[in-house]
Design a protein around this ligand. Structure first.
Ligand SMILES: Nc1ncnc2c1ncn2[C@@H]1O[C@H](COP(=O)(O)OP(=O)(O)OP(=O)(O)O)[C@@H](O)[C@H]1O
Ligand SMILES: [Mg+2]
Length: 284
């Protein structure tokens, strides 16, 4: 098992960001939509937010928000530019570190590539209150790596049975490989609040059956809303197009919950998290 970085306590820098990964077992459950809108909501509450598109080979978030970037993470890894050249500004002043598109090699980062990203992000950490990581789907090395580096892991599930089994598979890998025992859950695309509660109940049941020590915190559910795909087609955030919709209100409540609760894990610097992780991976 790879030890998790937070086992060593550091003096928490008051201005170090909360690092939150938004992840899923199954693809297409709404991670990128949630991250984009969550970032804008946090920013409108006065928080400084950096979004890291960690689906490195398949750029998503900048496209979803209608932004274009001259440089992306691949240019950083190639040494063609530094992080200042890459960051782009999105709605409400959020900053985005865009992924590249169609570069398959980035779906498995090497140790050196991990370090380059770590050092680049670390140089920025004092400037932000939140760093949101939009991971790819599944249980690949990149996904579990970025999840293990975050202080809070938000797993997005939908009522589809495959989404539930894949969420469980991801939780199982994070628990077995990194001994992570706490996850926060958003149930997306529900037909009713009751359906959301049923999903989390099933997930808790599965986790309890195989591990007695996993805590799942329900952050909330977001209803199915046909205007969300429309907003993506318009390349705009749904909370901007339709701030009064039930989906926007529910996400607003989730964001307030996140902002009003502390990171469950002891917080060190971002570099501490990443570097410790890399060192442990190297040993393991
Ligand atoms: N609550 C919702 N109601 C209706 N449609 C939704 C909802 N949430 C997301 N969608 C739609 O689901 C699709 C997938 O969303 P998104 O790209 O955010 O998922 P993802 O988890 O990031 O996917 P990937 O795993 O490919 O990165 C989009 O077309 C989006 O509009
Ligand atoms: Mg996505």
């Amino acid at each position: 098992m790879i030890p998790r970085p937070e086992t060593v306590k550091l003096n928490k820098k008051s201005n170090s960001p909360q690092v939150i990964s938004v992840t899923s077992g199954k693809g297409g459950v709404g991670k990128t939509s949630i991250v984009a809108n969550m970032a804008i909501l946090l920013s409108s509450m006065g928080r400084k937010v950096l979004v890291f598109d960690a689906d490195l080979g398949l750029a998503n978030i900048d496209v979803m928000l209608g932004l274009s970037s001259k440089y992306n993470i691949n240019h950083l890894l190639q040494g063609d530019c530094d992080i200042n050249d890459i960051l782009i500004e999105g709605p409400s002043g959020i900053r985005i570190l865009p992924a590249s598109s169609g570069i398959q090699e980035l779906s498995i980062l090497s140790y050196e590539q991990q370090l380059t990203i770590v050092n680049a992000l670390d140089s920025f950490q004092d400037n932000f209150d939140y760093m949101l990581i939009d991971t790819g789907a599944g249980i690949s090395g990149n996904v579990t790596y970025f999840n293990s580096a975050a202080q809070r892991i938000v797993v997005v599930v939908t009522p589809e049975p495959t989404s539930l089994t894949d969420a469980y598979a991801l939780i199982k890998v994070m628990r077995t490989r990194y001994n992570i025992k706490r996850f926060e859950i958003i149930v997306n695309n529900v037909l009713s609040a009751y359906e959301g509660k049923e999903i989390i109940r099933k997930l808790i049941f599965a986790c309890d059956k195989f591990f007695g020590d996993i805590a799942l915190d329900m952050l909330g559910s977001i209803p199915h809303d046909s205007t969300i795909p429309e907003s993506i087609r318009e390349q705009r955030a749904f909370i901007e197009i339709n701030p009064g919709s039930e989906a926007s209100k529910r996400l607003g409540a989730i964001v307030k919950r996140i902002d009003s609760t502390n990171a469950p894990q002891e917080s060190g610097t971002l570099q501490f998290f990443f570097k410790r992780h890399i060192e442990s991976s190297e040993k393991g």
